[in-house]
Design a protein around this ligand. Structure first.
Ligand SMILES: Cc1cc2nc3c(=O)[nH]c(=O)nc-3n(C[C@H](O)[C@H](O)[C@H](O)COP(=O)(O)OP(=O)(O)OC[C@H]3O[C@@H](n4cnc5c(N)ncnc54)[C@H](O)[C@@H]3O)c2cc1C
Length: 509
C-alpha cells in the first residue's frame, strides 16, 4: 500500500490511503482480522496506537475451542451445543445469544487455524474438577507473546501494512450515516486518512480509562468499597477509543458495567508484576489465595477458600464484602508452601509441587510496602490489620474445630484443605488482598456478523466491532466455565467480521 501524500486540502505531511478494510487496534482481534483479510486477498491496513502490537493479547495462556483437532486426537468430545447451553444458563439468557453461538461455532476452526499457522497446543487445562469441566481451554506453547509473534509474522509475510504509534482518532461518516474510513495521527504529527469499505474497531475496551470505569461500572462507586486493582499491561492502550468513536456513529452499547474480575491481588501496584514479574511476587500472590483462612474486614470468613481459583466468584464475593480480604496463615503453613509448594495452583504460574522458596523475600517486601503483616501472636496480628483480636481468635478456633472434624459446615471447604492453626506458637502472617480486574466486557452491540448496530437494531453500514469492544456477551460476570472465552471471542470475531466484509466487497465488485 503506497500512501498518496499531499493531496488536495491536505498539509505537506498528510497521508491518504484507500483500502477495503481499515482495522483500528493491533491486539488479538485486530491481528486476527488483518490476517484473515490478507488471506482473502483484500487490501487492508492495521493501525496501532502503541509502539508495539499485541495489546492485552500478549498475556493469555490459552483460548476456548470446541471440536478442535487437538480435542479429537485426545478423546475430548465436548460439543458446541453443550457449551452453548452452559453459557446461556450461566448468563440467564441476559446476553446476545446469536453472537455467542456464532463465536462458539467458529472457535474450533479458529484454534485449528492457529495450529496451522505454527502455534503448538501444549494441553487443555481447567480450573475445575474434571467432571465439571468443559475441557475447552487450549493452552498455547509460549502463551500470548508467541501467539502475537506468529500472527504478526504471517501478516508481514503477506505485506499487509501495520502502522504502530498511530492512534485512530475519528471515524469518517457520510451523510447516510455509513462509516467510510478513519483519520489517525502519527507520532510525528502526520495526519493519516484511510478511506475504506469497512472499518473494524478492535481497540480492546476501556480497562485503562479511569473516567469511563467510574462512569459505567457501578461496583467501583459503591460506598465503603476498597480500591479496585487493575491486572493489565503496565503500558496499555485500552482507553475506550473504539467505543467512543462508534458512539459518534450512532452505535448502541451493552453490558458496560460488567468487568472480568479476578481473584484477589496483593495491594501492590502494578498488579501485573504478581502475574508475570519476579518469583517472590508471583509466590506471594499464590500464598494470598491459599485455602488456609480468608477473612473480611470484620474477621469473618466470607468464601469457600477451596475455590480460590474460580476467580469470577471470588471477585463477586469480595464485592459483597467491601472489596478487601485478609489471607491468614501460621508458620507451619508457610513452611508447607516453602517445602511442597501451594495446595491450590495460581493459574499455571505457581503450581503444586513448585517450592515457594522466595516467600521470605516477598514477606519482607510486603511488610515494607504494607501488604504483608507478621506478628508473634494472633491478637497482635489482629491489631496490626485492624480486626478485633477476639474475633480473629474465634474464627481461627472455629476453623480448628472444623479441621478436627474434617468438615466445614459453613462453606463446604474441602476436607483436605481444613488444616489446623497452631494457636500457641507464632509467628502468624496476614496478606492484604484487593479485588482486581483485567478486562472490561461491555461495548458496542453487534450482530452475528460483527456489524455494529444502532439502538433500533439497524446495521451501521461499514462499521464492525470485535474483541473487547463488543458488548452484551456476558451478564454480570465473566463466565469462567467457558474457559478462555475472552481471547477466543476476540480471535473469532476478527475472522467472522472480515469474512462478512469479503462477501460485501465481492458483491459490490
Ligand atoms: C493479564 C491478562 C491475562 C489474560 N489471560 C487470558 C486467558 O488466559 N484466556 C483468555 O481467553 N483471555 C485472557 N485475557 C484476555 C485477552 O487478552 C483479551 O480478551 C484479548 O486480548 C482481547 O483482544 P482485543 O483485540 O479486543 O484487545 P487487545 O488484545 O487488548 O488489543 C487492543 C489493541 O488496540 C490498541 N488501541 C487502543 N486504542 C487504539 C486506537 N485509538 N487506535 C489504534 N489502536 C488502539 C491497543 O493499544 C491494543 O494494542 C487476559 C488478559 C490479561 C490482561
Amino acid at each position: 500500500m503506497t500512501p498518496q501524500k499531499n493531496v488536495s486540502n491536505a498539509s505537506a505531511l498528510d497521508e491518504m490511503h484507500s483500502v477495503h478494510i481499515v482495522i483500528a487496534g493491533g491486539g488479538l482481534s485486530g491481528l486476527s482480522a488483518a490476517l484473515t483479510a490478507a488471506e482473502n486477498g483484500l487490501k487492508a491496513v492495521l493501525l496501532e496506537k502503541m509502539p508495539f502490537v499485541g495489546g492485552a493479547g500478549l498475556f493469555p495462556e490459552g483460548s476456548l475451542g470446541i471440536g478442535t483437532r487437538y480435542q479429537k486426537d485426545n478423546g475430548i468430545h465436548t460439543t458446541v451445543d453443550q457449551v452453548f447451553s452452559k453459557v446461556m444458563e450461566f448468563h440467564h439468557w441476559r446476553c446476545n445469544a446469536q453472537v455467542i453461538r456464532a463465536l462458539l461455532n467458529e472457535s474450533g476452526q479458529m484454534i485449528d487455524w492457529l495450529a496451522g499457522l505454527g502455534m503448538t497446543i501444549k494441553n487443555i487445562r481447567t480450573m475445575f474438577p474434571p467432571e465439571k469441566s468443559l475441557h475447552v481451554w487450549h493452552i498455547f506453547e509460549g502463551g500470548g507473546v508467541r501467539l502475537v509473534k506468529v500472527m504478526s509474522q504471517h501478516i508481514k509475510d503477506h505485506d499487509l501494512p501495520v502502522l504502530t504509534k498511530t492512534p485512530v482518532k475519528k471515524l469518517l461518516i457520510n451523510d447516510e450515516g455509513a462509516v467510510t474510513g478513519i483519520t489517525a495521527l502519527k507520532a510525528d504529527g502526520t495526519k493519516v486518512t484511510v478511506h475504506a469499505k469497512a472499518v473494524v474497531i478492535a481497540t480492546g475496551g476501556f480497562a485503562s480509562n479511569k473516567k469511563m470505569l467510574r462512569k459505567y461500572v457501578p461496583d467501583i462507586n459503591a460506598p465503603g468499597m476498597a480500591k479496585l486493582m487493575y491486572r493489565g499491561p503496565a503500558r496499555d492502550g485500552r482507553t475506550g477509543d473504539g467505543i467512543n468513536m462508534a458512539q459518534r456513529a450512532n452505535a448502541a452499547l451493552a453490558g458496560m458495567g460488567t468487568l472480568a474480575g479476578n481473584s484477589p491481588y496483593l495491594d501492590d501496584e502494578p498488579a501485573i508484576r504478581q502475574f508475570s514479574g519476579p518469583d517472590h511476587m508471583k509466590q506471594m500472590r499464590c500464598a494470598l489465595s491459599q485455602p488456609f483462612l480468608w477473612v473480611n474486614r470484620q474477621g469473618e470468613r466470607f468464601y469457600n477458600e477451596s475455590f480460590g481459583s474460580v476467580f469470577s466468584d471470588v471477585y463477586n464475593a469480595m464485592t459483597s464484602n467491601g472489596g478487601l480480604m485478609w489471607s491468614i496463615f501460621d508458620r507451619n503453613m508457610k513452611k508447607y508452601m516453602e517445602d511442597n509448594g501451594p495446595l491450590t495452583p495460581f493459574n499455571a504460574i505457581v503450581v503444586p509441587g513448585q517450592k515457594m522458596t522466595a516467600l521470605d523475600r516477598g514477606i519482607e517486601k510486603g511488610i515494607w510496602s504494607g501488604f504483608a503483616f507478621k506478628a508473634d501472636t494472633i491478637e497482635e496480628l489482629a491489631d496490626k490489620i485492624q480486626i478485633k483480636p477476639e474475633k480473629l481468635r474465634d474464627t481461627i478456633e472455629t476453623i480448628n474445630r472444623y479441621a478436627e472434624q474434617k468438615h466445614d459446615p459453613d462453606f463446604n471447604r474441602r476436607p483436605e484443605h481444613l488444616i489446623k492453626f497452631d494457636t500457641r506458637n507464632g509467628p502468624y502472617y496476614a496478606l492484604r488482598g484487593l479485588r482486581a480486574f483485567f478486562l472490561t466486557l461491555g461495548g458496542i452491540v453487534v450482530n452475528k456478523d460483527m456489524q455494529a448496530l444502532d439502538a433500533a437494531g439497524n446495521v451501521i453500514p461499514g462499521l464492525y466491532a470485535t474483541g473487547q469492544d463488543m458488548g452484551g456477551l456476558y451478564d454480570s460476570t465473566y463466565d469462567l466455565l467457558a474457559e478462555g472465552s475472552a481471547s477466543s471471542f476476540a480471535l473469532c470475531s476478527g475472522r467472522i467480521a472480515v469474512r462478512n466484509i469479503v462477501k460485501i466487497v465481492s458483491r459490490q465488485s
